[in-house]
Design a protein. Structure first.
Length: 156
């Protein structure tokens, strides 16, 4: 993989990266060279080397012209990783653009449990609305201590 990176002139290449990251950089090197200086090239290099990255242009967040920010889920835990990230960024962005901020997102994937005990007579209807932004496996449960009808409806 190291020789292929040399052959394809991968602008950002770090021997300390994982084998998967190295392969991804080599695979996308021709397209990155064709689109160098565009948000796509920056996103592609950051995705290949560090995982998920999203480029947010200045007009999307009210910044100054030619500025951008990055949203990433990458694990930048030490100064070596940060330096590597900035080298990757400099290799793909155009020279007139300036980085305003880097936002590191840590998504949580949790199980969500709903439950309701019912201890009355008659017919009961339960309607619940789930938040749109949760990424989870919801579990629904009801317990009843009577004879009758029960309806459970989930709205999105």
């Amino acid at each position: 993989v190291d020789l292929l990176a040399w052959q394809f002139h991968v602008d950002f290449y770090d021997p300390a990266l994982s084998l998967t990251a190295k392969r991804n950089l080599v695979k996308s090197s021709i397209l990155v060279h064709k689109r160098k200086g565009t948000p796509w090239a920056v996103r592609q290099v950051c995705n290949d080397a560090f995982g998920y990255a999203e480029i947010i242009e200045w007009f999307d967040y009210g910044g100054e012209p030619y500025h951008f920010s990055i949203l990433t889920e990458g694990s930048l835990v030490d100064s070596v990783a940060w330096q590597s990230f900035f080298r990757a960024l400099e290799s793909a962005k155009n020279v007139r653009s300036w980085l305003d901020e880097i936002t590191i997102s840590r998504p949580l994937h949790l199980d969500l449990y709903y439950g309701m005990p019912e201890l009355t007579k008659g017919t009961t209807s339960l309607t619940t609305r789930l938040p749109d932004s949760i990424v989870t496996k919801p579990y629904y449960g009801t317990a009843t201590g009577k004879l009758g009808n029960m309806t459970l409806t989930t709205l999105r």
